[in-house]
Write a protein that binds this ligand. Structure first.
Ligand code: PGA
Length: 224
């Protein structure tokens, strides 16, 4: 099984979410036989999760949903925070520790450890982002996504060889049950990453926003 994760970040409005699902539906339903070995996970902004879920279910799409953030607290007086248990009513996955949150929202290794603790106590699976082989990885994450900062949104992905080496290291140390690569993944390079046995999938930002570009990634990945 290979995992294709779409991280929409803070993009789209409800109209665009509707259009995206409408389009991806055409590609996915016409190619259902190609998708058997892929787990497609879409992570919209939180407010569009109910809409995404409604459309996913109505169109019977083989898509799982994910959130982009989770509270480090269990529940209670934490204005603005959404807990892992609340998320579990809407999503199967959550991205934790993306470098943009570390950079712009001051998320620290200690805070991320607390977030993972909460996720572990819920039905939701974690996709934990690391920036390099030295980023601390909390115990019990479900997937590690290696995303070197210089590769994010730059059109300059890391090499599959580097990604493979980090996957090997983390898997040997039993820190990553599943290993994803992220950073400038496009339809023309997705296969070079996921053809490696140790790379279980990709985390896609910019190229997941356009349904045709995202379908290109899925379609090429399905050749695995
Ligand atoms: P990108 O982003 O695909 O636009 O490089 C990846 C990410 O930040 O998850």
């Amino acid at each position: 099984m290979k995992y294709i994760v779409a991280n929409w970040k803070s993009n789209k409005n409800s109209l665009k979410v509707g259009e995206w699902f409408e389009k991806i539906k055409e590609y996915l339903l016409a190619n259902a036989n190609k998708l058997k070995n892929l787990e497609i996970i879409v992570c919209p902004p939180l407010v569009y999760l109910p809409l995404g879920r409604k459309l996913r279910d109505a169109y019977k799409l083989p898509i799982k949903l994910g959130a982009q953030n989770v509270s480090p607290f269990v529940e209670g007086a934490y204005t603005g925070e959404i807990t892992a248990k609340q998320l579990s009513e809407l999503v199967e996955y959550v991205i934790v520790g993306h470098s943009e949150r570390r950079m712009h929202l001051g998320e620290t290794d200690e805070l991320l450890e607390k977030k993972i603790e909460q996720v572990k106590n819920s039905q939701v699976k974690s996709i934990f982002c690391i920036q390099n082989a030295k980023t601390p990885i909390p115990q019990g994450v479900d997937m590690v996504a290696y995303e070197p900062v210089g590769a994010i949104g730059t059109g300059q992905p890391d090499t599959p060889e580097n990604a493979k080496e980090i996957a090997r290291l983390l898997k040997n140390e039993k820190k990553a049950p599943l290993f994803l690569y992220g950073g400038s993944v496009k339809s023309d390079n997705v296969l070079s990453f996921i053809k490696e046995e140790s790379i279980d999938g990709v985390l896609v930002g910019g190229a997941s926003l356009d349904p045709l570009a995202f379908w290109g990634i899925i379609s090429n990945a399905s050749a695995i």
